[in-house]
Design a protein around this ligand. Structure first.
Ligand SMILES: NC(=O)C1=CN([C@@H]2O[C@H](COP(=O)(O)OP(=O)(O)OC[C@H]3O[C@@H](n4cnc5c(N)ncnc54)[C@H](O)[C@@H]3O)[C@@H](O)[C@H]2O)[C@@H](O)CC1
Ligand SMILES: Nc1ncnc2c1ncn2[C@@H]1O[C@H](COP(=O)(O)OP(=O)(O)O)[C@@H](O)[C@H]1O
Ligand SMILES: [K+]
Length: 507
């Protein structure tokens, strides 16, 4: 499923009108009817429904929805917040049609809004859609506050009014119980500050040309995408057909990190895993990691000749941030091997990003927001406000694959394409989860249809393993990264065999 920015959505709108000759009023009729159809599952004929309309086409959708429900015998009325002259042309038309159907219309200035809403059961929010810029201005702000304080069930059309893709610090928006999204979710659905305003979500189609919707560079990565892009394992294959991963990291005080990375790699399909780690960590690792081979941690050993047998290197987990660690990372960056860098490796890399420009092979960086702040020089707050832009800009500027980890992990390609992940839960907010993911990413990045698909598959399966664990024997409190790795088998099974609903509705 695609995710579309507001400007991409307007572009599809423009094309459908100009190139496909679809009148905008037809789209509005389709939108209002599709939204009404979606909403009906929540309604009964006894409920009193109030549609609150604003100045734009979102309000127009509201009038179509109100007329559709009225015509089917629902108890619906409209509360309008602007004069007819202040409405968009299409909205004016549908307001008139609503009146021809003898719809009831109340002007916001004629009533005490809070008192007016008291006997309503459902409030439909058609105040603002994707055309909102900046914070909601007066007098609309007071109605949003009144609706939020009403305690009623609020259903938003397209987006909760007040939410836009750049989350303001003093965001004022409708807190919806449910949002019916038109055609494709907008980035704000996946941003920490704006996600809670949406409530439950349903995406409805209004007949925009699919071909144009597919032009978007943002994809919500789902089960069918994993299924389609995951490399097949052939019956006559041998370990050499799959990646040989070199894991570099692990210090005396953090031996478990590379253990998790190696386990993640093997459990995600790698053919061979070799660990290069400190002498102190080695005995702790060797005990229990039967499938892994070992090498001492020495920068001199990282010659192109010695590295020829490896397909990909994962570096940085549990690496000490000392002169030795620094020298090791520098050497690794100079190699011509595909590389996944995580944790301390990212911190050491932040000291000199120009080394990325000199790389001759694929590079994947897997930062959490704090590591991203070090890499980009931006604050964590700035990254969280506009994660899509930050991720795309950084990936393009440095020509890397970038995985910004979090509740909604974003994986970007050097061309700025972004896949959004929606699996996973707060059971993953613990030390070790990222180490496990690094091994999974390294194991898939060269194996699946494209590097971005491989990375996104790893992120999806990692989150799904955690979701399956908490729906089975665990909770988000007790889950550990080791247990997440134990559920990777179930995660693969679920993706390959069953049609699970691992979509935006999971959260
Ligand atoms: N392709 C699509 O997605 C379609 C979208 N439609 C609907 O059209 C909506 C977009 O319509 P519009 O472009 O008219 O935009 P909106 O309905 O979001 O409203 C824009 C209006 O809000 C005002 N406004 C903007 N920022 C404000 C602020 N901070 N405070 C107060 N007022 C502010 C503007 O002056 C303008 O009058 C979508 O969200 C959707 O509901 C459908 O009607 C048909 C097709
Ligand atoms: N609340 C959450 N919901 C979903 N996934 C989460 C959540 N918290 C953390 N994760 C995932 O867990 C992993 C944590 O990685 P990281 O912060 O690097 O941990 P570590 O310190 O163990 O390396 C990431 O893949 C992240 O997306
Ligand atoms: K709305």
């Amino acid at each position: 499923m695609r995710c579309m920015t507001e400007s991409e959505m307007y572009e599809v709108d423009r094309k459908s009108a100009e190139d496909y000759l679809l009148p905008t009023t037809v789209l509005m009729e389709n939108a209002g009817r599709a939204l009404a159809d979606g909403l009906k599952s929540k309604l009964s004929k006894e409920m009193r429904i109030c549609v609150v309309t604003g100045p734009g086409n979102n309000g127009g959708d509201g009038y179509v929805l109100a007329r559709t429900l009225l015509n089917e015998g629902y108890a619906v009325e409209v509360l309008e917040t602007v004069t007819e002259a202040e409405m968009s042309t299409d909205e004016q038309l549908y307001r008139q049609i609503y009146l021809k159907y003898q719809g009831t219309l109340t002007k916001v200035d004629d009533v005490d809004v809070a008192a007016y809403l008291v006997d309503k059961d459902i409030i439909v929010d058609a105040l603002f859609g994707i055309g909102l810029t900046g914070r909601v201005r007066a007098p609309f702000d007071q109605w949003i506050e009144t609706i939020n304080q009403s305690g009623k069930c609020v259903i938003s059309l397209d987006v909760p009014s007040g939410v836009s893709s750049v989350a303001a610090d003093d965001l004022l928006a409708i807190r919806a119980n449910h949002t019916f999204i038109i055609e494709a979710p907008k980035p704000s659905l996946f941003i920490e500050a704006t996600r809670p305003f949406y409530g439950e979500v349903t995406v409805v189609s209004i007949g925009l040309p699919k071909k144009e919707l597919l032009q978007s560079s943002l994809t919500v990565w789902q089960q069918e995408d994993v299924k389609q892009t995951l490399q097949k394992r052939e019956p006559f294959s041998h370990k050499g057909n799959y990646v040989h991963l070199l894991v570099i990291g692990g210090s005396a005080f953090m031996p478990g990190s590379v253990k998790l990375t190696s386990t993640g790699a093997y459990r995600t399909g790698a053919g061979l895993v070799t660990v290069m780690t400190s002498e102190e960590a080695l005995p702790m690792l060797a005990n229990g990691l039967n499938e892994v081979m070992y090498q001492p941690l020495e920068p001199e050993a990282l010659t192109d000749e010695a590295l020829a047998k490896y397909d990909v290197i994962a570096c940085g987990m549990g690496l000490s941030e000392t002169a030795a660690g620094r020298a090791l990372l520098s050497r690794v960056l100079e190699t011509k091997k595909p590389l996944v860098i995580d944790a301390s490796g990212l911190n050491l890399l932040s000291e000199d990003l120009s080394r990325l420009e000199r790389r001759q092979a694929l590079t994947v960086l897997t930062p959490h927001p704090k590591e991203m702040a070090r890499l980009s020089g931006l604050s964590v707050a700035a990254i969280k406000r506009q994660p899509f832009r930050v991720v795309a800009d950084f990936a393009k500027a440095h020509q890397v694959y970038l995985v910004l980890k979090g509740a909604m992990t974003l994986s970007a390609s050097p061309s700025g394409e972004i896949n959004i992940n929606t699996t996973g839960n707060s059971g993953l907010s613990k030390g070790g989860s990222g180490d496990l993911l690094t091994g999974m990413v390294a194991s898939r990045v060269l194996s699946d249809d494209t590097p971005l698909a491989g990375i996104s598959n790893a992120v999806f399966l990692h989150g799904l393993a955690a979701d399956l664990a908490v729906s089975d024997r665990h909770s988000s409190y007790d889950l550990t990264a080791t247990e997440v790795s134990d559920y990777l088998g179930r995660s693969f099974q679920a993706v390959l065999r069953k049609n699970i609903q691992a979509s935006i509705n999971i959260k």
